[in-house]
Design a binder for this molecule. Structure first.
Ligand SMILES: O=C(CO)COP(=O)(O)O
Length: 252
């Protein structure tokens, strides 16, 4: 049985007060970590404050990280600092970072290795554009990303890793992939991992769906065989909506 994981990706939203207020209001209400992992990924300057106030059942994540320990990389965030601050997760390779900051699969692969070096669980994002989907090339495209991104990782690491399948055309657009469509692509990703590693690794690794997940569609998405949770943008910003999502995962 894979434990579901719901992660909020707050992107560039929330002031320090707003972020703290969110954590105070959900802390006592998130379901037990025995049933679901509940995570929020916030902007870097507020991570320390949030980690200090996270309750037993909520964990804090970062949204990006550099693959080197230190150096002349203005504006970047290092894994040693994230470890120091106490974050549990880091989103790696989000499509917005791939598109706006030219993150390549080679860099993403180095970031995954770096996250494991520092004991931070990476949430690796993969997903295709509308053009790729319409050309019928989704599975091949996503396979290429997964193969390149996981290069050199051991099966024990891959079992820990979380993959978020996020079709780019479904992010922030209100368009959700149908539950079947999401499940089919996620199964395809699991097959890639099965081919690269083994049955046990593929069956253990959790794969989330992301892209316009909200209270109205979360039950259907989570009812699918291979969808182990969600990476959620907009609908994770409001505490009540976030709580609906994490509670939906308990039923899985
Ligand atoms: O990019 C996403 C999560 O990483 C999805 O964003 P939305 O849930 O706002 O579509």
């Amino acid at each position: 049985m894979r434990k579901p994981i719901i992660a909020g990706n707050w992107k560039m939203h929330k002031t320090r007060d707003e972020a703290l207020q969110f954590v105070y209001s959900v802390n006592m209400k998130v379901p037990s970590k025995e049933y679901v992992e509940s995570v929020v990924c916030a902007q870097s300057p507020v991570l320390r404050d949030l980690v200090k106030r996270q309750g037993d059942n909520l964990r804090i994540g970062a949204q990006n990280m550099h693959y080197l320990d230190s150096g002349a990389y203005t504006g970047e965030i290092s894994a040693p600092l994230l470890e120091d601050v106490g974050v549990s997760y880091v989103i790696i390779g989000h499509s917005e970072r791939r598109a706006y900051y030219n993150e390549t699969d080679a860099a993403i692969n180095k970031k995954l290795h770096q996250a494991f070096r520092y004991g931070i669980t990476p949430i690796l994002c993969v997903g295709e554009s509308l053009e790729t989907r319409e050309a019928g090339e989704t599975d091949a495209f996503v396979k290429k990303q997964v193969v390149a991104d996981l290069k050199g990782l051991g099966s024990e690491q891959v079992k820990e890793l979380v993959i978020a399948y996020e079709p780019i055309w479904a992010i922030g657009t209100g368009k959700t992939a149908t539950a079947e469509m999401a499940n089919d692509t996620i199964k395809a990703i699991r097959n890639v991992v099965r081919d690269l590693y083994d049955e046990e690794t593929a069956d253990t690794m959790r794969i989330q769906y992301g892209g316009s997940v909200k209270p109205a569609n979360v039950d259907e998405l989570l009812s699918m065989s291979d969808i182990d949770g969600a990476l959620v943008g907009g609908a994770s910003l409001d505490p009540d909506s976030f709580l609906v999502l994490v509670n939906a995962a308990v039923k899985k």
